[in-house]
Ligand binder design. Sequence first.
Ligand code: SF4
Length: 230
Amino acid sequence: MSTDLEELATRAGRELEEATAQEILRWAADTFGSRLCVTSSMADAVVAHLAATVFPGVDVVFLDTGYHFAETIGTRDAVAATMPVNVVTLTPKLTVAEQDARYGPRLHDRDPDLCCSLRKVEPLNRGLGGYDAWATGLRRDESPTRANTPVVAWDARRRKVKIAPIARWTQDDVDDYVNANGVLLNPLLWEGYTSIGCSPLSCTAKPGEGESGRAGRWAGSGRTECGIHN
Ligand code: SF4
């Protein structure tokens, strides 16, 4: 089965490279049905909106790390209340208090790899267990580490098909889609944040003048990804 899915993903990655985001999601919905989900960080609802237009009722998976900004939880709740999607919230095995008791407080400052592993990677891997394919909002223009993101690929670690329907979009494409469709945005975007993750300053900060959109993530640490996409 996995081999079939791997071949399917590899072929689709080639054939859909020039397809629109809607065409890629249409293919995904037709191919996987309810075995497809969309993941969202709730920085915006662009991919959730795109997916809902071709697959109303699609599962939108949100990782609640316990460290989110209130605005991010509010965006999640607004998406659930106003869009034709089914928001699925995943949580880590340990609460923040339990993690603090076991590993000491502020693990995110001392060992972000372990913190992300406990609060993001493990819950996502567990939560994706019921799906064959997951769609993300990754874009090639976000950072050098994302520059080669395929529109469809085989996620060998999770043995799932991984879809990036807006991989080829630029920030201008995102802005145009948001404006044309009135897509929900996280209010923190108006405060100067360009990439929104967990609230500790060591994890999400506003980028400096002229810096790239993800420059505020784990700024100064050399860390660029949390382990979900790398
Ligand atoms: S982004 Fe920061 S707080 Fe969130 S899971 Fe990773 S290290 Fe922990």
